[in-house]
Design a protein around this ligand. Structure first.
Ligand code: DGT
Ligand code: MG
Ligand code: MG
Ligand code: MG
Ligand code: MG
Length: 296
């Protein structure tokens, strides 16, 4: 087809494709969520429903972009790690950033009412960036950094809000905690509030890790109901969203793509599926990485 005389303007577009063969980390973060959390009455310091809504939106992103092999979320942020070999959108940074962050934001709004009891008062926005990591050590250190950040903030915030609840003004609580070590914060929680920080929910201490898990869907051959039959997967956790551990529900909720007809026996067909599962495990130590073959 003949080109118009205006076509030359395309030449002004800049190439921004990411270096090949590097782990591509895309992190997004809620804009002004200090205000957003207050406006929507988020529980302090952690609103479990708001955190689960973040997980749901992240799961929607993973299901759309299956080159993401792990995602990690805490507070108002999520990191998505793409396979080193991904060629999604020709690895163009602007295309990846804009598509992922808009799908995440739209999903956050789309699923809001399934999770939150208060109405959504204004549209939330998220910023996003891409960072490329050339070595497995760099990538693991990146994820360790985010999980350590989660722990440090959660310990501080748990202490801070306990002090405020006990009657201190915000500034007084801040002053009390200024310069304290982790051990001192643990002691304040234990001695003054009877809280053993170790017993706080894993989701709050460790954040959320989203991974793919394989399973076999069992289908009765004459149509009818379907049932999930779990493979001996290494990842344990619950499905994302409100489906909990109900595999039947998870089927329709989270099952995606690549459905390869596997086998038919005893009147049942088994179909290979994969779904996103969320867990709240340590990703700083070696055991997570030893147990999950993720870094090839
Ligand atoms: P930014 O990211 O520079 O636009 O500004 P913010 O205000 O989003 O700050 P950021 O991302 O450093 O910190 C996250 C804020 O979100 C922080 O003020 C606490 C709030 N937030 C996140 N999750 C929760 C929650 O579960 N409960 C409550 N009460 N607040 C939360
Ligand atoms: Mg920020
Ligand atoms: Mg933020
Ligand atoms: Mg943040
Ligand atoms: Mg287009």
């Amino acid at each position: 087809m003949a080109k118009s005389k205006f076509e030359y303007v395309k030449g002004f577009e800049m190439s921004d494709s990411c270096l090949p063969n590097t782990w591509l980390v895309l992190r997004l973060d809620g804009r002004g969520f200090h205000r957003f959390a207050m406006a929507h009455n988020f529980a302090k310091p952690n609103d479990i429903l708001a955190l689960n809504l973040m997980n749901k939106a992240a799961s929607a992103v993973m299901q759309e972009f299956q080159d993401i092999f792990i995602a990690y979320g805490q507070s108002d942020e999520f990191s998505f790690i793409f396979k080193r070999s991904t060629n999604l959108f020709g690895r163009r940074a602007s295309k990846l950033l804009s598509t992922v962050v808009s799908l995440f934001s739209a999903s956050y709004v789309f699923y809001w009412s399934q999770f939150m009891k208060t109405p959504l008062l204004y549209p939330p926005a998220f910023d996003s960036r891409i960072v490329l990591y050339p070595s497995a050590k760099n990538l693991r250190d990146y994820l360790s950094w985010r999980q350590a950040d989660c722990h440090i903030n959660n310990l501080y915030n748990t202490c801070f809000w306990s002090l405020v609840e006990s009657g201190l003004k915000n500034e007084e609580a801040q002053k009390r905690l200024n310069g304290t070590e982790s051990s001192q914060k643990n002691e304040i929680l234990f001695n003054e509030f009877g809280i053993n920080y170790n017993n706080e929910p894993e989701q709050f201490k460790k954040g959320s890790v989203l991974l793919w898990e394989n399973y076999h869907e069992k289908i009765q051959s004459h149509g009818g109901s379907t049932e999930a039959v779990w493979t001996y997967g290494k990842n344990d956790g619950s499905s994302v969203g409100d489906s909990g551990n109900d595999p039947g529900k998870a089927n329709t909720e989270s099952a995606v793509g690549d459905s390869v007809m596997e086998s038919t026996r005893e009147g049942f067909t088994f179909r290979k599926r994969k779904r996103v599962v969320v867990s709240h495990v340590d990703i700083i130590g070696d055991s997570f990485w030893d147990n999950n073959n993720l870094l090839d």
